[in-house]
Ligand binder design. Structure first.
Ligand SMILES: C[S@@+](CC[C@H](N)C(=O)[O-])C[C@H]1O[C@@H](n2cnc3c(N)ncnc32)[C@H](O)[C@@H]1O
Ligand code: SF4
Length: 432
């Protein structure tokens, strides 16, 4: 293994810039003008809807989520529907065209059929969805049923994202997963039988005690099942979380070190490529038919992203934001007639070169000439010190037309490379 360039691997950059400054009570009242919601020009949008509920809280997961209870779901959906209405009434959203919608979580598949129907009715009533190309619905194999999948297909869903994590039941038990490998196989089959052919899977690797052989078995299942899109997450052990405690107490075996994690990543890239997949991002692998319109338009075209729901990140009309993360506060804000935004940031022209590189390099390469057409200089002239370091460390390769993460050293550290373009943003969000 090459010498580690960074002490640990970062989680991928999902948004740049991001809302990073607490919204003051005065700004809270003028959010519609900060977001240019009165602007009437037609625009294209992506929409993200967060459903935070999970049937069990996985002891490793850092995402905004809440325990699934019918009462909490009812209050949440009422608030979410009101949030959609608030946006839907504005000229900017009324005049936009939603190109792709992602309903994520948490675990949207915990909604019952009545709730799913009501959610789609509300989306149709509040957002211009007539030109929509893709609707993804995310969930867990333990809560997707054949009936829900049929309903989703009838409502226009054409892509399912399944949190499989592993097909191996012993590893699943160590992770405290609800679903078994059998459940995952059944959900994939049910999706296809319902007429939703585009199925994407999340897998995690470097799990407690996982061997390379077990990892390759999970990948072989993906290939055997002809899955179009797979996202591979290295398990991040978060101090203080249940899984970290169980490993520390010796109840569970430890995860491998960075060296095993790197071998697992490289083997995955090699194996999936040999089976007709291409490396689409530092995390994502696709084969023909497994395209993901939403992530292409988000990472390559930086389309405005209207995000609603608990803790959701969005970027509308030149304003990047994050919604509040606590359920009671979310419901309270909306009940009192405010948009539930906790953090915000007005995007500036000087952020755009950083955005181009932070988001673009996650997709493994950027167009060097396009950067120059947009910003007047080449990326390595704009960020000379960073690119000197990246080249010296063998992380990127600068060619005439592109700058690409190297194989496999740059790909492995790709999220850290992207994060270097976000340092100013992070300093603002976390001043200490
Ligand atoms: C926001 S979750 C939603 C998926 C869905 N709720 C499920 O798990 O069935 C997206 C993905 O993040 C990954 N993930 C969650 N916690 C993680 C951790 N600690 N380290 C690495 N990946 C993680 C999992 O693969 C998960 O499917
Ligand atoms: S991994 Fe998925 S199911 Fe588990 S707690 Fe996180 S969001 Fe919920």
């Amino acid at each position: 293994m090459n010498k580690p360039v960074y002490p640990f691997r970062e989680i991928g950059i999902g948004h740049y810039p991001m809302g990073n400054t607490p919204v003051s009570p005065e700004d809270s009242k003028r959010l519609p003008s900060l977001m240019n919601l009165n602007q009437t020009a037609a625009s294209s949008k992506l929409v993200y809807v967060h459903i935070p509920f999970c049937d069990s809280i996985c002891p490793f997961c850092p995402y905004p989520k809440a325990f699934n209870e019918q009462g909490a779901r009812k209050d949440y959906l009422a608030a979410l529907f009101r949030e959609l209405e608030m946006y839907g009434m504005t000229p900017q959203i009324r005049n936009c065209s939603v190109e792709a919608l992602y309903i994520g979580g948490g675990t949207p598949s915990v909604l019952d059929e009545e709730e799913i129907t009501a959610l789609f009715e509300q989306l149709q009533a509040t957002l211009p969805m007539h030109n929509i190309e893709e609707i993804t619905f995310e969930g867990n194999p333990a809560s997707f049923t054949a009936a829900k999948l049929k309903l989703l297909q009838a409502l226009g869903v054409n892509r399912i994202s399944l949190g499989v994590q592993t097909f191996n039941d012993e590893l699943g038990r160590r992770l405290g997963l609800l679903q078994t490998g059998e459940d995952s196989l059944r959900s994939i089959q049910d999706s296809r039988e319902a007429g939703i052919a585009n199925v994407s899977l999340d897998l995690m690797y470097n799990l407690p005690g996982q061997t390379m052989e077990e990892w390759l078995e999970d990948l072989a299942k993906v290939v055997e099942l002809e899955i179009g899109h797979v996202t591979l997450f290295p398990l991040k052990i978060i101090p203080g979380f249940g899984l970290a405690k169980r490993i520390a107490s010796g109840e569970l075996p430890a995860c491998g070190g960075l060296e095993l994690e790197q071998q697992m990543y490289i083997e995955a890239c090699r194996y999936l490529e040999s089976q007709g997949y291409s490396v689409e991002s530092t995390y994502d692998f696709v084969r023909p038919g497994g395209h993901h319109v939403y992530s292409r338009k988000h990472f390559d075209d930086y389309l405005d992203l209207l995000s609603v729901g608990l803790g959701a990140f969005g970027d509308v009309g030149g304003y990047a934001y994050q919604n509040v993360k606590l359920l009671p506060e979310y419901v309270k804000k909306i009940t009192s007639g405010d948009l539930p935004i906790a953090l915000g940031y007005e995007v500036k022209a000087e952020d755009l070169p950083n955005q181009f590189l932070a988001m673009g390099l996650r997709r493994t390469a950027i167009d060097r000439q396009q950067f120059r057409r947009k910003f007047g200089v080449f990326p390595e002239e704009h960020f000379p010190e960073l690119f000197d370091k990246f080249v010296k460390e063998g992380l990127v390769e600068i060619r005439e037309d592109t700058i690409a993460l190297t194989r496999f050293h740059g790909l492995f550290w790709g999220n850290n490379v992207c994060k270097e373009f976000c340092e100013e943003q992070i300093k603002m969000a976390f001043p200490k």
